[in-house]
Design a protein around this ligand. Structure first.
Ligand code: ASP
Ligand code: MG
Length: 461
């Protein structure tokens, strides 16, 4: 069971989460718990790191005091006399180390990816103690572990580390099985692991989801339950589409497409560890635990052709063009190598069949860097004659396995876009036919998404 930051909000909510664990554990289930940092704490750690690096220790101290107060207060509300002392003591020790870490960054005026991972690890290392306290109050035997202590060993790609699955599997079994056999509930920090030199790493923002499936796969668990503050995965962002509904069943592949295309439901790699072992993932609301939520498994429901419509904002289109590109295969590879070498990730690609131009969607924040790099790479001007850009665009994607081999989906889709008076800037569909994505200007996104949602009947059961 994984509990996200929104559920680790305060004592009352953490206690509610602990009840959900206790209730299931009493039914003879062995449960491993993994938790995120309290809501907003990871962002605060990022902010403190930036301030310390720039020399603004006053800002650091303000935030640190807030974090301290929140954790101590929550511990006081959660624990009774017998557990409070230890819980508070542990939190204080961690906060003191965090303070030293920030002083180090301040003195060096340097924040490397490696030290940033150490810094960000404090959120989960603090929250795990609160969950432990709450579980004890529900009468459970429990033990807290960091991701590394639980056996999650990763590469050293700080900020976005990947688990080394073979070692991890052996280590996790070795560490957690004896604990479980002893009737104890391990509480593991989400989001963090350690590399082979025992240096703390993080799995990328939102990585606690990933932690839960890494552990589940290693332990060959029956199921992964990801508790949220919403009822599962929705057909669209409910803030944009009032008729958005919970999707009962999704396949692993569908979820991966959705996570990629901006539905902020799960860390994009969440399903990868459990896919092979076919371990189902349930997404449920901690506020409505009886509600079945969404189940993610090998095959999704077949009754709907399109399952969801998602969007990503904050993108730009770069188009490279010129007659020189026609029939010169190396141009395409040079375009992408140049972007890769500069750490620019490409969200979507579309190429005209004349090969005379390629359009790529990238994040706004990468635009300047990408443009500069491409201009340098093609400075001769014989192959790529012009490079132009459209800022402030969004990608809209429809996702669903039912699209495969179904005729008329694209017609319905673009009809809906036209009805919303949206103008399509470029289009892409992979041959897996799992999604169709296209770009529109940012202002048009909401009305386009609403129109598509209605056109595919996603507001109806
Ligand atoms: N606390 C981390 C973050 O905010 C990981 C997570 O919440 O999943 O990104
Ligand atoms: Mg999350």
């Amino acid at each position: 069971m994984k509990f996200g930051g929104a559920l680790m909000e305060d004592a009352e909510q953490i206690s509610n989460c602990a009840s959900l664990v206790a209730e299931r554990a009493k039914k003879d289930n062995e449960i491993v718990v993994s938790v995120s940092a309290m809501s907003n704490v990871t962002d605060q750690l990022v902010a403190m790191g930036e301030s310390a690096r720039l020399g603004d220790m006053e800002h650091v101290r303000t935030i640190l005091a807030e974090i301290e107060q929140r954790h101590i207060e929550t511990a006081e509300k959660l624990c009774n006399e017998s557990t409070l002392c230890e819980t508070k003591e542990n939190a204080k020790k961690l906060l003191e180390t965090l303070n030293q870490c920030l002083t180090g960054i301040f003195l060096l005026r340097e924040l490397t990816p490696r030290s940033k991972d150490l810094l960000l690890s404090f959120g989960e290392r603090l929250s795990v103690g609160l969950m432990r306290g709450a579980l004890i109050m529900k009468g459970m035997k429990t033990m807290e572990l960091t991701g590394g202590e639980a056996g999650i060993i990763t590469d050293s790609n700080y900020g976005n580390a990947k688990p080394l699955l073979n070692i991890t599997e052996v280590m996790v079994k070795d560490r957690l099985l004896p604990i479980l056999k002893g009737g104890v509930v391990p509480v593991v920090t989400g989001f963090i692991g350690q590399d082979e030199n025992a240096v703390i790493t993080t799995l990328g923002r939102g990585g606690s989801d990933y932690t839960s499936t890494i552990l589940a796969s290693a332990l060959e668990a029956d199921e992964v339950w990801i508790w949220k503050d919403v009822n599962g995965i929705m057909t669209a962002d409910p803030k944009v589409v009032s008729g958005a509904r919970t999707i009962p069943t999704l396949s692993y592949a569908e979820v991966m497409e959705m996570a990629y295309f901006g539905a902020k439901v799960l860390h994009p790699l969440t399903v990868t560890p459990v896919q092979e072992r076919r371990i189902p993932i349930r997404i449920r609301s901690a506020y409505a635990p009886k509600n079945p939520g969404t189940i993610i498994r090998e095959t999704g429901d077949k009754d709907k052709i399109v399952k969801a419509v998602t969007s990503i904002r904050g993108l730009s289109i770069i188009t490279t063009g010129g007659a020189g590109m026609i029939g010169v295969p190396s141009v395409v590879s040079r375009v992408f190598s140049t972007l890769a070498a500069n750490n620019v990730s490409v969200v979507m690609i579309s190429q005209s069949s004349s090969q005379a131009n390629i359009s790529m969607l990238i994040h706004n924040s990468d635009l300047e860097k990408a443009l500069k790099a491409l201009k340098v790479e093609f400075r001769n001007g014989d192959l790529v004659r012009d490079i132009h850009t459209i800022p402030k665009v969004a990608v809209v994607a429809i996702v669903g396995e039912g699209m495969r081999g179904t005729k008329g989906v694209a017609a319905r889709l673009f009809n809906a876009v036209a009805e919303a008076n949206g103008n399509v800037l470029c289009i892409s569909q992979g041959s897996s036919e799992l999604n169709i994505s296209f770009a529109v200007v940012e202002e048009d996104v909401d009305k386009v998404v609403q129109s598509i949602h209605a056109a595919f009947g996603l507001d109806k059961a």
